[in-house]
Design a protein around this ligand. Structure first.
Ligand code: HAM
Length: 432
């Protein structure tokens, strides 16, 4: 293959490899996720990456951007229409029903971390393959304590990842009983003949009026600002639900703002919806205008799949976005608390014995780094330096003959020759 042909084989637009040098950042997220989910007792679920397209079409809403424009859908050879998952909540509900997970203790607290796929125009914080960590509490009733628990978990994870100036926006979009009323009010308001709505909003007015509040187009902003707010149309039950959710947040000292225009981009939500942002400044002092995460209650989703009605609430954070902020804030993610030794061999005889010596150290829990494929002393020392090892073990012809090894402190170059028999003890003493 020619070099020019390889140009066409680069990773697809908006999709990125996670390279070795980035893994430390991802490990930090994995580690804190593991710890927080043990702390709050969530159980892991890994739903499939491919689903039948209807799993999303029937639940996220046919007229939402995600379903209408952003899904990667293809037909398999056997004629199945499959989609790469654009999100995981619908998949989790599908799995919950398919495997009878309602028979496990209820409500079921689940979490996940994995890739999602949306065919969006790539830009800052927006990719075609991105990752979410998400939390769902399924099969409980609609107690607002669960809404607060989901928000608490996400807030704590952001804190543990050292995200500064976290801001939380909350709204309620009502239930089956009161939302139609609100829809009607919005339609009446937006039908004003003097409004010059953008093309998307004209369509939203016909197909999905709540989404009018999500319009980012400049010309529509003044209409949005004056639009009726959902809180004025909530039924008594939904008002109380929101009030109780907010009271829990007050008790937890989690600050929030009510955002009347927060409606979220997926249709399965009812009552509580929320989004997390950061007010921290980026490297050029700029504000991040993307949400770090979002979620809400989805009490009708299980029913939409044919299950018995059951309450559910959840939320997900976008990992790439969180990492972008962490990197700008120079969060320390180094997990290298353990000291390491670098094994250096000189000569054929020493090299032959090296592997088994290294094994004996590793079996004792010592982290040994080596580059046995390199024979030059200089190259091995440079590798040790690159790795930032604390000690070098130097094993040459003379040492192999005398059954000894040199332990060199790489920070001050002080070195000592010790008998091989004592190597493990001497190394462990230094690594303490
Ligand atoms: P979402 O708001 O669509 O919600 O996505 C959650 C988060 O994923 C966003 O706040 C953002 O951080 C990240 N995200 C979304 N799209 C992209 C993209 N193209 N590139 C990079 N990051 C992105 C959901 O997906 C719901 N399933 C959340 C949920 C869970 N609701 C209830 N349970």
């Amino acid at each position: 293959m020619k070099k020019s042909e390889f140009q066409n084989l680069q990773s697809p637009k908006g999709m990125h490899d996670i390279l070795p040098q980035d893994q430390e950042w991802w490990d930090k997220v994995r580690k804190e996720l593991q710890s927080i989910t043990e702390y709050y007792h969530y159980r892991r679920i890994d739903p499939t990456l491919l689903e039948r397209a209807e799993v999303f079409e029937k639940t996220l809403g046919e007229t939402t951007d995600v379903v209408e424009k952003q899904m990667f859908v293809f037909t398999s050879r056997s004629g199945d229409r499959l989609a790469l998952r654009p999100e995981a909540t619908a998949s989790i509900v599908r799995s919950y029903l398919q495997h009878g997970l309602s028979h496990l203790g209820q409500p079921l607290k689940l979490f996940y971390m994995g890739p999602m796929f949306r065919k969006e125009q790539p830009q800052a914080g927006r990719f075609r393959q991105f990752h979410q960590v998400g939390f769902e509490i399924l099969g409980g009733d609609d107690d607002p304590v669960y809404d607060a628990q989901i928000i608490l978990t996400m807030h704590r994870l952001l804190e543990r990842l050292k995200i500064k100036d976290i801001s939380l926006k909350v709204n309620s979009i009502g239930c089956r009983i009161c939302r139609p009323n609100y829809r009607k009010k919005l339609i009446e308001y937006y039908k004003n003949p003097s409004f010059k709505l953008c093309r998307d909003c004209k369509r939203r007015l016909r197909e999905n009026p709540l989404r009018l509040l999500d319009c980012k187009n400049e010309t529509c902003q003044p209409y949005k600002a004056e639009a009726p707010i959902s809180l004025d149309s909530l039924c008594v039950y939904c008002s109380k639900h929101l009030k109780n959710t907010l009271e829990f947040l007050d008790e937890l000292h989690i600050p929030y703002q009510i955002d009347h225009q927060l409606v979220r981009g997926l249709d399965y939500y009812s009552r509580t919806v929320f989004e997390f942002f950061t007010e921290a400044a980026g490297p050029d002092g700029q504000k991040y205008d993307f949400a770090l995460g979002g979620g809400g209650r989805y009490d009708y989703l299980i029913e939409m799949f044919g299950g018995r009605p059951a309450g559910a609430v959840g939320g997900a954070l976008g990992v790439e976005r969180v990492l972008e902020v962490m990197k700008a804030l120079r969060v320390n993610v180094s997990s290298r608390s353990k000291k390491t030794v670098f094994f250096i061999h000189i000569g054929e005889t020493a090299k032959k014995k090296s592997l088994s010596l290294i094994e004996s150290l590793r079996e004792e829990g010592v982290t040994v780094i080596e580059s046995l494929g390199k024979d030059s002393l200089g190259a091995q020392l440079r590798a040790a330096d690159k790795e930032g090892s604390d000690y070098a073990l130097i094993f040459g012809q003379k040492e192999a003959f005398e059954e000894s090894v040199i332990i060199r402190d790489l920070r001050n170059s002080v070195q000592e020759t010790v008998p091989l028999k004592k190597m493990i003890k001497e190394v462990k003493k230094r690594l303490k």
